[in-house]
Design a protein around this ligand. Structure first.
Ligand SMILES: [Zn+2]
Length: 336
C-alpha cells in the first residue's frame, strides 16, 4: 500500500543554527517540499540581511535537496512600513512571541496595547504579510492558550484584513475562533494530535514529550483530530519540530520542544489510515497551506509506503519523537 503526497509542506518548523541546523535539516528537506522557518534564533531574526544569510545556511546544509525554506521575521513593534515592504520579498510571515513564553522569545511583545502594535499590523495587512502567533499567556499552564483568546479576538476584529495564524493550537477553546473570524487560521502539530498530558506525566515523566504549548486534555485532542482528519480548510499541518540536544532534554529544567521531523509523515499516515481519512492527508499537509499562504512550492512527490519503520534512538545528539518505536509507514522520496 502506498500514499503519494504532492509537495508536502511543514508550516511551522524550527531548524536552529550551526551544527544543530546541519544535523536536523535533512529530516525535513528529504520529505517536504518546503517549510515555514521560525525566526527564534539567538539573537532572533530581525533584519533582511540576517534572514538572507540564514536561508543560505539552510540551503547549503540541505545539500541540493529540493526544499524551499519560507522565511519569517521575528515580530517587533518598531518595524515601519518601508522596512516591511522591503522584507516582503524575503519573508512570508512575521512571527509574534509574547516575551519570555518559550525558547528564545525574550525579545518578544511585553504588552498587547493595540495602539502600540497598530502601525505594524496595518502595514502587514496592506502588504499581505501573515501574522504568525505563539498564543499563550504566562498563566496556569493548561489555560495559557485559552487566556490568549481575548488577544486573538482583539487583533482579528481590529485588523480585519490581517491574516492571523494561531500556531500549534492545542485547546478546544481557541479552536472555536476558526469559525468565528474569517481572518483566523491555525497550524496543528503531530504531537498534539497524538498525546495528552497523561502521556507526558500520567505515568513516568516523559521529557521528550515536553513542549510549549503543553499537550492538553483528551477533549482538546479530539477537537484537534477532528480538524486535522477532516482537513478543515483553515487548518494546516505545522510540526513545530524543535530539536534540543539530548542533555538539555534529560536533566533538571528540561527544555521545551519535541523533535518530530524524522517521523511526522509516517506517523500522520498511520493516524489518518486508522480513521479511514487518508484521502484528506494531501489537503492537511499541503493544499490548505498553499491556499492560505498563496504559495507554489517546488514540485516534489513524496511516497509513503506501508512498511515497518524503526525510528532511530538518536539523530546526531537529538532524541526524536517515537525513538526506538516501530511505525507502520515509511517515507521514500520520488522524483519531482
Ligand atoms: Zn514553534
Amino acid at each position: 500500500m502506498k500514499v503519494v503526497l504532492d509537495s508536502p509542506l511543514d508550516m511551522h518548523l524550527h531548524l536552529r543554527d550551526g551544527d544543530m541546523l546541519k544535523n536536523v535539516v535533512k529530516y525535513s528537506a528529504e520529505c517536504f517540499a518546503g517549510a515555514i522557518i521560525m525566526p527564534n534564533l539567538t539573537p532572533p531574526l530581525t533584519t533582511i540581511k540576517e534572514i538572507k544569510a540564514y536561508k543560505k545556511r539552510i540551503l547549503d546544509f540541505a545539500g541540493g535537496l529540493e526544499f524551499e525554506p519560507y522565511m519569517t521575521l521575528f515580530f517587533k513593534d518598531s518595524y515601519d512600513y518601508d522596512f516591511l515592504k522591503e522584507a516582503k520579498s524575503f519573508v512570508k510571515a512575521v512571527k509574534l512571541y509574547p516575551s519570555g513564553i518559550t525558547t528564545n522569545s525574550e525579545g518578544g511583545v511585553k504588552n498587547f496595547d493595540m495602539d502600540k502594535l497598530r502601525g505594524v499590523f496595518e502595514a502587514m495587512s496592506e502588504l499581505g504579510l501573515v501574522l504568525s502567533v505563539h498564543g499563550e499567556t504566562d498563566g496556569f499552564v493548561l489555560d495559557r492558550e485559552k487566556e490568549f483568546v481575548d488577544i486573538y479576538e482583539n487583533i482579528a476584529t481590529s485588523f480585519k484584513d490581517l491574516k492571523i495564524v494561531m500556531e500549534h493550537i492545542t485547546d478546544r477553546r481557541s479552536a472555536v475562533l476558526l469559525e468565528k473570524y474569517d481572518n483566523i487560521y491555525a497550524t496543528v502539530t503531530l504531537h498534539h494530535l497524538l498525546y495528552t498530558v497523561n502521556d507526558l506525566l500520567g505515568g513516568s515523566l516523559k521529557p521528550h514529550l515536553f513542549c510549549k504549548p503543553i499537550v492538553k486534555t483528551p477533549e482538546d485532542k479530539d477537537v484537534l483530530r477532528e480538524l486535522a482528519l477532516e482537513a478543515h480548510p483553515k487548518v494546516m499541518f505545522g510540526s513545530d519540530s524543535a530539536p534540543h540536544p539530548k542533555e538539555k532534554k534529560e536533566c533538571n529544567g528540561v527544555a521545551a520542544g519535541i523533535f518530530s521531523a524524522p517521523v511526522v509523515l509516517p506517523a500522520l499516515c498511520e493516524l489518518f489510515e486508522k480513521y479511514g481519512k487518508l484521502d484528506n492527508l494531501q489537503k492537511f499537509v499541503s493544499d490548505n497551506a498553499k491556499k492560505i499562504y498563496d504559495i507554489q512550492p517546488p514540485k516534489k512527490e513524496v511516497v509513503l509506503e506501508k512498511d515497518e519503520f524503526l525510528v532511530p534512538n538518536i539523530c546526531g545528539n537529538v532524541v526524536p519523537l517515537c525513538a526506538g518505536e516501530k511505525l507502520l509507514w515509511r517515507c521514500s522520496v520520488g522524483s519531482g
